[in-house]
Ligand binder design. Structure first.
Ligand code: H79
Length: 422
């Protein structure tokens, strides 16, 4: 059984991920400091310069809403340690750059205003804090810099800082719907972050907050840790089947996926996914009981890249006509059909048809069970009829398209109302 505070999350299915920070200026992705082993000093010019004059959180919120997204998650702090919010615990924050203001507050207010749920991404890794392990760490920018060989931080002090910032984020901005921690690795996992204490503190401030699984507990265990999280977070992949725990019960999950091949803005990366890929990917998530958190990486000026906006607009057109086959929907007991996928909500089955194929479209095992069929996009009748040549398949139902192509080549959705739920 899904816990009640997670219900809205599994219902909404489609969210926007926003990766934004100083790394938008070098424009080589959010890992630039680690990949190029840059020191804090080498990264400092971007702090001095950060001035996103085109940042308009309301515009972002409209873009998300029009794409059919119901919630968003934005980087309050990424691994580079730069805070987009006005933390009392550091000077390394947006208010001290030319931006001069709390960029997270604007995001939260604008998205909430559009009726979207708001989430925050917070990196538990920190490449800026003095007390975070430097030399010998797996990924720290100074991991093999000899001048840090004898650097000794007090990890306890980092934990106090990290917990303190989470407390600020959950105290100063009203309801936060999702907390998206990133990430545990090797022995930097679970109680190393004082995760039980952290989550107890979080739940005392925001009892219903939905938390990801990256503090490093085991959601699949028969008795998950208090910090195991509310949803699994596959990254850059869609799980081959849904996700289940050790008892075989379905777990909540959300795949996070980039629109091109980077999270943070990358000027040279034009490898964008098509609207079709995004739409079918979203449907694939829903058909397996999961969500899609689709990323945008705004540039240094504060704009979501034009290509991303164009894709989201196309996705929005499809969602506007077909969103009923996504929101509140989940897997269908029927096997995956040859022409596409099924999603289901109660006694409504949605046939997502990708392949017109040859001859009629076959609904395996649904003979006599369909009360009516409608093209979801316009509500028009679709006749369920067994054609003369299909008499050998008495268990199956059929529809026929008179045209050689589908009404919507990206994804034609037929809503099947069943006489009773299967
Ligand atoms: O915030 C986004 C990523 O920055 C973060 N999670 C998403 C949501 C993330 N952190 N680590 N990872 C993802 C996995 C690490 C992958 C790596 Fe690599 C492979 C690190 C080094 C090699 C990817 C490729 C990052 C740099 C090169």
């Amino acid at each position: 059984m899904t816990a009640s505070h997670v219900r809205w999350f599994m219902n909404d299915r489609f969210g926007m991920f926003v990766h934004w920070g100083l790394y938008a200026i070098p424009a080589r992705g959010e890992w630039v400091r680690s990949l190029e082993k840059m020191s804090v000093a080498e990264y400092q010019p971007f702090f001095e310069e950060f001035n996103p004059v085109k940042y308009d959180a309301k515009k972002w919120a409209r873009t998300a809403k029009e794409a059919g997204m119901k919630y968003a998650v934005m980087t309050a702090k990424h691994h580079d340690g730069f805070c987009l919010f006005d933390s009392k615990l550091t000077d390394y924050k947006a208010t001290n750059t030319p931006a001069g203001r709390d960029l997270i507050r604007e995001y939260i207010e604008a998205f909430r205003e559009e009726g979207l749920r708001v989430g925050l991404y917070y990196s538990i890794i920190d490449w800026h804090h003095q007390d975070y392990p430097h030399f010998g760490d797996k990924i720290h920018p100074m991991r093999d810099n000899e001048s840090y060989r004898d650097h000794r931080g007090e990890f306890e002090r980092y934990l106090t800082y990290m917990h303190g910032q989470v407390k600020e984020l959950l105290t100063n901005y009203g309801t936060i719907d999702v907390m998206w921690f990133d990430f545990s690795y090797d022995d930097m996992i679970g109680e190393k972050w004082k995760s039980s204490e952290l989550v107890r503190m979080m739940r005392s401030i925001q009892p219903d907050i939905v938390i990801d699984n990256r503090l490093g507990g085991n959601m699949k265990a028969s008795e998950p840790e208090i910090y195991a999280g509310d949803f699994m977070s596959p990254e850059q992949l869609l799980p081959p089947e849904g996700v289940v725990n050790e008892a075989g019960e379905p777990l909540s999950w959300e795949s996070c996926i980039t629109l091109n091949d980077h999270w943070g803005y990358c000027a040279s990366d034009t490898n964008y996914k098509s609207p079709q890929t995004v739409i079918r990917g979203l449907v694939e998530c829903v058909s397996k009981g999961g969500n899609l958190l689709l990323n945008v990486g705004p540039n240094a000026k504060g704009e979501i890249p034009r290509q991303s906006v164009d894709i989201l607009n196309e996705v929005g057109k499809w969602m506007d006509a077909n969103g009923a086959s996504v929101y509140g929907c989940g897997p269908c007991k029927l096997a995956k059909p040859e022409w596409g996928r099924y999603t289901q909500r109660g006694n409504l089955i949605y046939a997502h048809i990708y392949d017109r194929g040859m001859g009629p479209i076959n609904f395996r095992g649904l003979q006599g069970k369909i009360k009516r069929a409608r093209l979801l996009a316009d509500g028009s009748e679709i006749k369920v009829e067994t054609p003369w040549n299909a008499w050998e398949y008495p268990e199956d139902a059929f529809i026929s398209f008179s045209s050689a192509s589908l009404p919507d080549e990206i994804n034609t959705v037929v809503e099947l109302e069943l006489s009773e739920e299967i």
